[in-house]
Design a protein around this ligand. Structure first.
Ligand code: SAH
Ligand code: MG
Length: 211
């Protein structure tokens, strides 16, 4: 690991909260939770933006959504997950860590939850589900994002493959990486959004919706 990154990870460890114990579980069980420094960046954006309504696509075990909710009791997170095993673990975690009142879990495919999210406008949408579908998630869910709100998309550099697709052997992965490339260039061209890509961890895109 690069020395600066290692150093920053070390100093962030000292300001831990108890949700962090789920990181080692996720790593052991290959659950793709958001990387540590990216998480700290997103939490800082939530604070700067004074976000109170957050929509997340891709809950997994609830690690990121609980971290977001932990910033302030005024924050509400709506999060969507389709995998039954993940749903069950997320439910247990929300209960055990005491987040049932702040987090609403929508069970099922994200594209089938539109009528359950359209009763609210969100300050931030965090896209962190199937990587080949990020564009579709963006198109389906940003109508519920307030003007001036943020879309944060994770894994836009996907394992370093997005900038160097020739190293990818698997046909399926290659197809997925091509979709991520397409999404990134499409995203930067969106006239109503200002997008900034961060070369941090697995790559993070931060897009601000115009007025
Ligand atoms: N945000 C989590 C990690 C999510 S991993 C964290 O950082 O802690 C991505 C998750 O998205 C997986 O659990 C996967 O089952 C889910 N997912 C992928 N495509 C989906 C879809 N179309 N609808 C709902 N969930 C989806
Ligand atoms: Mg991710």
């Amino acid at each position: 690991m690069e020395a600066n990154q290692k150093y920053l990870l070390e100093i962030h460890k000292k300001i831990n909260n108890n949700i962090e114990e789920l990181r080692s579980y996720a790593e052991e069980n290959a659950v793709p939770i958001v990387d540590r420094l990216s998480l700290e960046m997103i939490k800082q954006l939530i604070r700067i933006h004074k976000a109170t309504n957050i929509l997340e696509i891709g809950t997994a075990i609830g690690y990121s959504s609980m971290h977001f909710a932990s910033i302030s009791p005024t924050i509400n997170v709506t999060t969507i997950e389709r995998d039954d095993n993940m749903i069950n673990q997320a439910k247990l975690n929300f209960k055990n860590y005491g987040y049932n009142n702040q987090i609403t879990l929508l069970e099922g495919d994200a594209f089938e939850q539109l009528e359950k999210v359209n009763n609210k406008t969100y300050d931030i949408i965090f896209i962190d589900a199937a990587k080949a579908q990020s564009k579709k998630f963006f198109e389906y869910f940003t109508p519920f994002l307030r003007k001036g709100g943020l879309v944060i998309t994770d894994n836009v550099l996907y394992h370093g493959f997005v900038s160097d697709i020739d190293i990818v052997r698997s046909r399926n992965v290659k197809q997925m990486v091509k979709k991520v490339q397409k999404f990134n260039t499409w995203l930067i061209d969106q006239e109503n959004y200002q997008t900034n890509f961060l070369n941090m961890d697995d790559g993070l895109a931060i897009s601000i919706k115009g007025e």
